[in-house]
Design a protein around this ligand. Structure first.
Ligand SMILES: *Cc1c(COP(=O)(O)O)cnc(C)c1O
Length: 351
């Protein structure tokens, strides 16, 4: 295996290799003190709660420890972002020289990879997934050059809901010269552990998790990046120093104590997913229900635009994926509460 440092020498942008991070007031002091006159905060407090007048810990040490414990890794392997979206952006800015370096993306997949890639003027290489929405053999057989810096794989894949084949991912981890980012936003809804346990086997592996889905914390904006400690140090250096605010960090710490709440949600939502699949099978205009291990399902219907419009008029919003390559006449439906799912089924039955 390539060592983490050899890999970083190859994938990082030149300016990032020599980047000098902003040194915040909180970086320059460590130890015990009672009087903090180093950061121009308001020492009289805040109008809301006493702690908000202070800048947060740039390294979110308490929260990283808690998340590390849950994911069974070291806190040194973890970066937290203002949503996974911030981590996607940081990974791109760390590696992509504009108009030169490549980002490899599978299609259809999560849209943010391409949006952030466009902002950085990355050369985007898109390879379609196969008819089962799994990694295509063409991607496995590609001869990558050193310009191939990032490969985004989403498993379970959004919008199709399936896991990508473990074997194919492993092949790509070996063959791809840059970082392989596996976005596991929906992994908790599946019955697999995902790629975090393989971190020590591949220095180019990055796993993304989020509190936005199974933890019910989308509003707090908290994404988790798991990677080698060497790459983690780079992202820590280039991230905005206070990228995670104290309110979100506090809320996340409380939420993560509630593992039984999350378990119960997972039980209900996966049960509801199976119920929706069973009932949707009986509707003649539903042509295909793609197998999903996530908290949404992709269905192919006769006329997606018409069904989308009909649901909309009944006050039900689903995601119309009709114009996405590989998703002609497909709608992506998030698994709602039991009542919401029943309302959706009734609306669809009367379509
Ligand atoms: C929802 C989702 C995320 C979560 O993004 P956040 O910025 O953490 O809310 C990440 N990846 C995929 C594929 C998603 O669908």
């Amino acid at each position: 295996m390539t060592t983490a440092n050899t890999l970083l020498a190859r994938v990082l942008r030149e300016n990032v290799k020599t980047f000098k991070a902003y040194s915040s007031a909180r970086d320059e002091f460590s130890g015990e003190a009672n009087i903090f006159l180093d950061a121009n905060e308001n020492a009289l407090g805040s109008p809301i709660t006493p702690v908000l007048n202070r800048y947060p810990d740039p390294y979110q040490r308490k929260l990283r420890r808690k998340i590390a414990e849950l994911l069974e890794v070291s806190p040194e392997n973890i970066v937290l972002g203002n949503g996974s979206d911030e981590l996607i952006d940081l990974l791109i800015r760390a590696t992509i020289a504009p108009n030169e370096d490549q980002i490899w993306i599978t299609e259809p997949s999560y849209g943010m990879y391409e949006v952030s890639a466009a902002l950085q003027e990355a050369v985007v290489k898109k390879i379609s997934l196969n008819e089962d929405f799994d990694i295509a053999d063409t991607l496995l057989a590609t001869e990558f050059t050193e310009r191939a810096k990032l490969l985004f794989l989403c498993s379970p894949n959004n919008p199709s809901g399936n896991l990508l084949s473990q074997k194919k991912i492993e092949t790509l981890l070996v063959r791809f010269p840059g970082l392989v980012v596996i976005d596991e936003a929906y992994i908790d809804f599946s019955d697999v552990k995902g790629w975090i346990p393989r971190l020590e086997d591949f220095s180019n592996l990055v796993v993304l998790r989020t509190l936005s889905k199974s933890w019910g914390m989308a509003g707090a904006r908290l994404g988790i990046g798991v990677m080698t400690k060497e790459l983690r140090a780079v992202l820590d250096a280039i991230k905005p120093p206070y990228n995670l605010n104290s309110l979100s960090a506090e809320a996340a710490l409380s939420a993560l104590q509630q593992t039984s709440w999350q378990k119960e949600c997972l039980r209900i939502l996966t049960h509801e997913r199976e119920r929706l699949v069973m009932d949707l099978k009986n509707l003649q205009f539903v042509e295909k229900i793609y197998p999903s291990v996530a908290n949404f399902i992709l269905i192919k219907v006769k006329d997606a635009d018409a069904l989308y419009g009909s649901l909309l008029r009944k006050g039900i919003i689903v995601r119309n994926r009709n114009s996405v390559p590989g998703c002609k006449n497909c709608l992506r439906i998030t698994i709602g509460s039991p009542e919401e799912n029943t309302a959706l089924l009734n609306a669809m039955k009367s379509f």
